[in-house]
Ligand binder design. Structure first.
Ligand SMILES: [Zn+2]
Ligand SMILES: [Zn+2]
Length: 167
């Protein structure tokens, strides 16, 4: 472990395994410095699909961070988000106590900065219609065995949704 791997600068972009390594090292550092080593290591994952900065899932004890945010804003942004999520391990809300802890952990900004660049390719849109009632609905993925929720609350092939267009 080189120091530079643990403290990447704003320009450096680590590959995902190296980024996760740096985040684990940051967790160990925070845990030792502020919690006497009492926090349990959460699962840390990088999401490619999502466009938020990050979030903490208490039931799974998992911190999810946006790889896109990292690629756009670099380590300072991602470590700031990460410290915010570590504070959420202790406080689920944004109470005064939460912010005190977040600042103690080194959070320098309140929330993830700068809107993320929109995706280059818009998500695919599938337009479905129910031939019985004429309802239309848009989904971003192809549906399998889907029927109209207005015509029957349960799956009913009589009201199968028909794909009108995919673009
Ligand atoms: Zn928060
Ligand atoms: Zn219908």
């Amino acid at each position: 472990m080189t120091p530079s791997a643990l403290n990447p600068d704003a320009q450096t972009r680590l590959d995902p395994p190296a980024l996760l390594h740096a985040l684990h090292a940051e967790f160990d550092r925070l845990n030792a410095a502020h919690f006497g080593g009492r926090l349990t290591l959460p699962e840390i994952t990088l999401s490619r699909r999502k466009t938020y900065g990050g979030y903490y899932q208490p039931r799974k004890h998992r911190i999810v961070l946006s790889l896109q945010a990292y690629q756009e804003h670099g380590w300072p942004e991602t470590v700031n988000t990460f410290r915010h999520e570590v504070a959420h391990i202790v406080y689920p809300n944004h109470s005064r106590a939460f912010w005190d802890l977040a600042h103690t952990l080194g959070c320098t900004q309140r929330y993830a900065s700068a809107p993320l660049t929109p995706r280059r390719t818009p998500r695919k849109r599938y337009l479905y219609v129910c031939d019985a009632c004429g309802s239309r609905l848009v989904r971003h993925r192809r549906l399998r065995n889907a029927s109209c929720g207005s015509c029957d609350t349960k799956y009913n092939p009589k009201f199968a949704l028909r794909l009108l267009s995919a673009e």
